[in-house]
Ligand binder design. Structure first.
Ligand SMILES: [Zn+2]
Length: 287
């Protein structure tokens, strides 16, 4: 019996699912030749999860060969434009697809500055929304497929067919934001979301992940308001080192960090000894 179990274990390892993480958008809100933030999880050549939908991400989604019919969930880490604006394009494209299964849209709760994910969908597609002509997407008898808001206001686990998500609120000034850990076939990915990690939430999800996708929006010498929103390179490095992260992907790149890659690498390598890669649009990481 033990031998059979061992053989099964090795077969599972040999023929385990093919897991890939694709960057659809490696930029922030600037107009700088990059799509804004967006990521795609591929399992056995099928797109299963999209995290964030910044501007330009839907064009790259299409170019990547992904089909919206195969998606199991969408996560919007927060409601800033550079993370959410392409959702409306996605939903409209869905009308012309053959998808009929409903789709969860996960996101943070709201506050007096930002709508929750449920309010956001209402303000876009509700009967008084900007795109009220698409209001049936919020109903179960939708002509295309229903989108279902799922609000995350505390550490939450959610299981889908091909992966499990663990989400936790992180600090980003006055903006509700969630970080997302993806566990898939024995591999793990942590997406920081936009945060300065003031509350040290990221360490709660980062331990031992294969890939830490860190939003690298400010240089080490940044001062003032930007540091209330984003992590400095040494903060990213400290999390990666303490949590024994295997690989680090630096993304959400902006003009203030472009052409500072060499010094950033030195700053991070002083603390963190794993592999470090700077993200580009359409870059695919095999796990
Ligand atoms: Zn952002």
């Amino acid at each position: 019996m033990k031998t059979i179990l061992l053989i099964l274990f090795y077969l599972t390892t040999l023929f385990g699912a093919k897991i890939e993480f694709e960057v659809l958008g490696s930029g922030g809100p600037e107009l700088d030749g990059r799509a804004s933030t967006s990521y795609l999880l591929w399992v056995d050549d099928k797109a299963r999860l999209i995290v964030d939908m910044g501007s330009g991400s839907m064009l790259h989604f299409e170019e990547s060969g992904a089909k919206l019919e195969s998606l199991e969930a969408v996560v919007l880490t927060h409601m800033h434009i550079d993370h959410s604006v392409d959702l409306a394009s996605f939903v409209k494209a869905g009308y012309f697809s053959s998808r009929h299964a409903s789709l969860d849209i996960l996101g943070p709760d709201g506050n007096s500055y930002f709508p929750s994910i449920a309010e956001y969908l209402q303000r876009l597609f509700g009967s008084d929304g900007a795109y009220a002509y698409m209001q049936d997407v919020l109903e179960d008898d939708s002509d295309s497929f229903q989108i279902i808001p799922v609000e995350i206001d505390k550490k939450t686990n959610r299981k889908y067919k091909d992966f499990t998500l663990t989400m936790i609120p992180v600090h980003h000034g006055n903006v509700p934001v969630i970080a997302v850990r993806i566990d898939v076939n024995g591999k793990s990915i942590l997406i920081s979301g936009d945060t300065n990690n003031k509350n040290h939430s990221l360490e709660k999800l980062a331990y031992g992940v294969d890939l830490f996708v860190a939003h690298y929006a400010i240089p080490e010498f940044a001062k003032g308001y930007a540091t209330q929103l984003h992590m400095k390179p040494t903060e990213i490095a400290n999390i990666a080192q303490k949590s024994h992260v295997k690989n680090l992907l630096l993304t959400h790149r902006m003009k203030r960090t472009i052409n500072r890659e060499k010094e950033t690498l030195e700053e991070i390598k002083n603390i963190y000894k794993g592999d470090i890669v700077f993200a580009e649009d359409r870059m695919k990481v095999k796990l």
